[in-house]
Design a protein around this ligand. Structure first.
Ligand code: C2E
Ligand code: MG
Ligand code: MG
Ligand code: MG
Length: 292
């Protein structure tokens, strides 16, 4: 309260705002406690080649096993710490935990690259690449090319030069990048040219609507053309139905993720899933239009 005296004194009389500040502070503290008590966990969602059925990666998605509220998805707690130091600490916990998981799967005979979501605030830290190097060195059994970082295209908005530089440094270390939710940000083509991302993840809104919205189909087709022109791998998010997968394959997009393939799962379930999954026949038979 004392800190609000002076210039912002009126806050003391604005009960709503006062309450928001206090509840924000409380959420941050609760998340800090959760991290100390080891209540966070990563679930993994497979990324596959729909045509060959090959598992090409797994995306780590953070969950909070809350003692009273059960398993909480990231949108229930990440916003509170997005611009906070604690967000960076959780981000580092996620990277470290993902690297341990890659090593554990490798020991079981499953070699699968893992992608981790990185917040804009975390990526913009001046020491991001240095800290990543440190985390990698704690897991010498994991080759850096087994780690991919997913960043929103808007992450570079605030400081394009520095983010491009950070991405270049990490790329030299062997870590690759994916531009997440691609198509929804403010990216211009010059972003795509300057950011060294090996992969574009097409936002699931385009996939969801492409079967009945000609504009979304056009955007999707355009993004796939861009990916080919810039030699980036395209991955479609949010594939829920066979028909969506089939149309993507016809458009030349083989890589995808989505509930129709697999939901995010605890790490212990992934090796069994990978051993048993077969793509639908409609997908294995489908070839890109005009590619024969
Ligand atoms: P994202 O990186 O775009 O991840 C995809 C989200 O879509 C995940 O939700 C996933 O469960 C969901 N999803 C996957 N396939 C489908 C589908 O077919 N249909 C629908 N409706 N949804 C699907 P989740 O796990 O709740 O994560 C939401 C967002 O939270 C992520 O979006 C990512 O931006 C963020 N996030 C998740 N984990 C982390 C993390 O460890 N660090 C950071 N900084 N952000 C994270
Ligand atoms: Mg992602
Ligand atoms: Mg996404
Ligand atoms: Mg998203």
């Amino acid at each position: 309260q004392a800190k609000l005296a002076g210039k912002d004194r009126y806050h003391l009389f604005d009960s709503d705002q006062d309450y928001d500040l206090r509840s924000h502070h409380e959420s941050v503290e609760r998340i800090r406690q959760g991290l100390l008590r080891d209540e966070f966990a990563l679930h993994y969602q497979p990324k596959v080649n729909m045509h060959s059925g090959e598992l090409i990666g797994a995306e780590a998605l953070v969950r909070w096993q809350h003692p009273e509220q059960g398993l909480l998805p990231p949108d229930r707690f990440l916003p509170a710490i997005e611009r906070h130091e604690l967000g960076v600490q959780l981000g580092e916990w996620v990277i470290d935990s993902a690297l341990s998981q890659i090593a554990a799967w490798q020991a079981e005979g499953l070699r699968v690259p893992v992608s981790v979501n990185i917040s804009a605030n975390h990526l913009q830290r001046a020491d991001f690449a240095e800290r990543l190097y440190l985390l990698l060195s704690l897991h010498p059994e994991v080759a850096p090319d087994q780690l991919q970082l997913e960043v929103l295209e808007s992450s570079a908005l605030a400081d394009m030069n520095r983010v491009a530089e950070t991405m270049a440094t990490c790329t030299r270390m062997g870590v690759s990048f994916s531009l997440d939710d691609f198509g929804t940000g403010y990216s211009s083509l010059s972003y795509l040219k300057r950011l060294p991302a090996a992969e574009l993840k097409i936002d699931r809104s385009f996939v969801r609507d492409m079967l009945h919205d000609a504009d979304d189909l056009a955007i999707l087709d355009g993004v796939l053309g861009l990916a080919r022109a810039f030699r980036r791998r395209a991955v479609a998010e949010g594939v829920e139905t066979e028909a969506q997968g089939e149309l993507l394959l016809r458009l030349g997009c083989e890589c995808a993720q989505g509930y129709g393939i697999a939901r995010p799962m605890p790490p212990s379930a992934l090796p069994g899933w990978a051993a048993g999954w077969r793509p639908p026949l409609r997908w294995t038979r489908q070839r890109r239009l005009g590619a024969e």
